[in-house]
Write a protein that binds this ligand. Structure first.
Ligand code: SF4
Length: 331
């Protein structure tokens, strides 16, 4: 007999693991969908994740990149932002809509998520869950096994595909019931709750919000750059990023793209800077001075800075004093 199949939205947190396992206990075949963007999900090691999910939890998983669509949501979320620059309601609508569109091609008949009623202040209230279902067109199609007994039955329950009496009625922010269930199911390895989305980090979120206002063209590359190093908005409308350590310098170099200027102190005695924006580049010497201001040579009257763009040149820059650094730096 062909098994009934469900697609599960899989963040990688304990709740999503448990949701998959509760379905499997009822003989449902589950395929987990792990959505990634520049701001959430296992971006850097995404290729390893399916193998890891299988090894740790016996869960078959596919990774889906929604980066471009998420930028649009983040720029203008119809349901607004959460506490920080996190558009959680519209993010969930985006992911569920995408998951719904995957149903037919993956041979699945309903959706599953590990959401718990009342666990998050904005996006997991009862009224918000309904709004998300309505706007993603998944009403009756999305089963939340951890909180199902506190919610209306879904189509899968009504049709007897899933036995509602074997689902749970967890609600609220506590984790005890989930941890007990994990023990019962023999799940000992799982990431800590929360985390995973940089938009819930107060400092990073504030910076990203400021950059979304200041930068005219937001790409996935720009979103990654926003998360590295120190950031400056210069008077000629350029954006400068300066690494804080070797790893960040390497990351910044990796995000260089045509039109950017990459700055290094000659001889390597300082950070890497990447300037992007206004052309012709009116902020060049100020940017080089800021990069020099973070170098080991900041006490010198002048420092040689090599600049790589279309070509390569070396200029003499006066290291910017600390009040100039403060003036242009984004918090
Ligand atoms: S925390 Fe981030 S990934 Fe999670 S729903 Fe909100 S915006 Fe989306």
């Amino acid at each position: 007999m062909t098994k009934i199949k469900a697609l599960a939205l899989f963040s990688g947190g304990l709740d999503s693991i448990l949701a998959c396992k509760l379905m499997e206990q009822q003989g449902i075949e589950v395929e987990a969908l792990h959505f990634v963007s520049s701001f959430f999900g296992r971006g850097k090691d995404r290729d390893l994740y399916p193998e890891e999910a299988w090894r740790h939890y016996g869960i078959r998983l596919s990774v889906i990149d929604v980066g471009e669509s998420f930028i649009e949501v983040l720029r203008n979320p119809p349901h607004g932002y959460g506490r920080y620059f996190n558009p959680c309601v519209d993010c969930k609508i985006l992911l569920l809509t995408r998951a719904r569109r995957e149903l037919a091609s993956r041979g699945a008949s309903f959706l599953v998520s590990g959401e718990v009623l009342g666990q998050r202040p904005m996006s997991q209230r009862r009224d918000t869950l309904r709004i998300v279902e309505r706007d993603a067109s998944v009403t009756g199609l999305l089963l939340r096994p951890l909180s199902a007994l506190k919610l209306l039955p879904t189509r899968a329950e009504e049709e007897g595909v899933v036995d509602r009496t074997r689902l749970l009625g967890i609600s609220g922010r506590g984790r005890k019931e989930q941890m007990a269930l994990a023990r019962d199911l023999g799940i000992h390895y799982y990431p800590a709750p929360a985390g995973g989305c940089v938009l819930t980090d107060p400092a990073l979120s504030r910076r990203i919000k400021n950059l979304f206002v200041a930068i005219p063209v937001i790409t996935e590359n720009a979103c990654l750059l926003m998360q590295v190093g120190r950031h400056f908005l210069l008077p000629g409308k350029s954006w400068l990023v300066v690494g804080r350590n070797e790893a960040e310098n390497e990351e910044i170099k990796g995000l260089f793209q045509p039109g950017d200027l990459l700055m290094n102190i000659t001889g390597g005695a300082g950070p890497t800077g990447l300037a992007r924006g206004a052309a012709p580049f009116s902020d060049g010497s100020l940017a080089a001075g800021i990069v020099a201001g973070y170098s080991r040579l900041k006490g010198e009257p002048e420092v040689q800075v090599s600049i790589r763009g279309d070509g390569c040149e070396t200029i003499r820059a006066v290291p910017a004093p600390s009040d100039t650094l403060r003036l242009y730096r984004l918090p």
